[in-house]
Write a protein that binds this ligand. Structure first.
Ligand code: ZN
Length: 177
């Protein structure tokens, strides 16, 4: 049996205008694993509408794109939000320092930690870069709204870096910019 949602996707012509809004918006939020970052509360997103993708820094990696494609195609996520935060360990150090710290704890040579940690230089710049990383792949629809924010761990509030003109979240949440 074909669901109404499947039919809507089937009959959506490439390059068509914004698809019909689902009954309830669903949000995929890419953010840092740091437990101080409470995006659900800051963005007023109910847990039932939130697909939360967390990693070190909240960076958009190939695996993040994999999850976003599944969130969109299989779970009908309607909007993507990227949130980086103040006082992030991935922003405090570069690749060299992060490798040195890990190697010291490991009791091994730095060469044993040959990982690109995708460190953050400029916080607002990294948000803009990751919004672009979501928008770029052709595996996601070009009209999927993608916005980016900085979360302040001191005040538990968000500042807008990029707000997509089709963002439903922005219309229902008070967001500082
Ligand atoms: Zn962090």
């Amino acid at each position: 049996m074909i669901s109404a949602d499947s039919l809507r996707r089937l009959y959506r012509a490439p390059g068509s205008a914004q698809p019909p809004a689902p009954e309830r918006p669903r949000f995929a939020v890419v953010t840092c694993m740091d437990p101080r970052v409470d995006v659900a509360k800051a963005l007023s997103i109910p847990a039932s509408d939130l697909y939360l993708l967390r990693n070190a820094g909240g960076r958009v990696s190939p695996d993040t794109i994999r999850s976003l494609v599944v969130a969109w195609s299989e779970a009908d996520v309607t909007e993507v939000i990227v949130v980086h935060h103040t006082d992030c360990r991935v922003a405090a150090f570069g690749n060299g320092e992060l490798r040195t710290h890990a190697a010291a704890k490991l009791g091994a040579d730095v060469s044993a930690v040959a990982i690109d940690f995708d460190p953050i230089g400029d916080l607002r710049g990294s948000v803009a870069e990751d919004v672009e990383r979501v928008r770029r792949p052709r595996s996601l629809p070009p009209d999927l709204p993608v916005s980016g924010f900085v979360y302040d761990v001191e005040t538990a509030t968000v500042d807008a870096v990029i707000v997509d003109p089709f963002s439903v979240l922005a219309t229902r949440t008070r967001i500082r910019s």
